[in-house]
Design a protein around this ligand. Structure first.
Ligand SMILES: [Mg+2]
Length: 231
């Protein structure tokens, strides 16, 4: 049995900037903060970390009450932003997930910086939600490594005999590779997000590819046969 923990943005799909747009709209309409945001990176980071930076940028108090209000406002606006901004599922993802979902050999979960509800809204919008039985999300933690720790304990709850080396973390950023390594998992990096093959190669993932389009090759990787990496 092999456990596959997938990142969402840049790995399974491109949301077309919907997450950022919905967050900015939430801040404008619920908190009257309309200044154009700049200098806040999002790739590979948790929504908790991004929110903290947004609050600081807008000089908003980072209270539990404000965070809850912000999350509610964001979730209300995200479906509309997803409709309007024309994101897409990334190449090969539906075929790969279908191949994995039909087989008890695999256990599929999410390891994402998204808020849990944001993750569900994005996956539902693109018809991918049914594939994932569990996940670890970016609601509480600033550091992605802490999210990976949760993903690993959620894995152990479901598969008490699982070993870290039977786990793959699949993502599009150096942070995905680092957090996979932090829990002892294998890592597959895919260059369909913000980072190029060369930038990801430096991080030394166990496997690196340009995209997930070649279903059989990716399945071979997860089965333990490591074909040649993308150049
Ligand atoms: Mg990502």
């Amino acid at each position: 049995m092999t456990v596959l923990l997938f990142d969402i943005d840049g790995t399974l799909l491109h949301a077309g900037g919907a997450g950022q747009a919905a967050m900015e709209l939430a801040l404008a309409e619920e908190f009257d903060r309309r200044e154009k945001v700049h200098g806040i990176p999002t790739a590979g980071r948790t929504d908790r970390a991004i929110s903290a930076d947004l609050f600081k940028f807008h000089d908003l108090a980072l209270t539990d009450e404000n965070i809850e209000k912000f999350k509610r406002a964001y979730f209300q606006r995200l479906p509309h932003a997803l409709q309007n901004l024309g994101g897409a599922v990334l190449p090969g993802v539906p075929d790969l997930l279908s191949a994995l979902s039909g087989d008890v050999h695999w256990l599929l979960g999410l390891l994402t910086g998204n808020f849990a509800e944001g993750a569900a809204l994005k996956l539902r919008h693109f018809g991918l939600n049914e594939h994932f039985g569990f996940g670890a999300y970016g609601d509480l933690h600033v550091e992605r490594n802490d999210v990976a720790t949760i993903a690993w304990s959620e894995t152990q709850r479901r598969r008490p005999l699982a070993l870290p080396e039977e786990v793959w973390v699949i993502g599009d950023t150096p942070a995905d590779i680092a957090c996979g390594r932090a829990i002892g998992a294998k890592t597959l990096a895919v260059a369909t997000g913000y980072y190029t093959l060369d930038q990801l190669k430096i991080c030394e993932p166990d496997f690196l590819c340009a995209d997930l389009a070649d279903t059989e090759a990716i399945l071979d990787v997860f089965r333990g046969a490591l074909p040649k990496m993308a150049k």
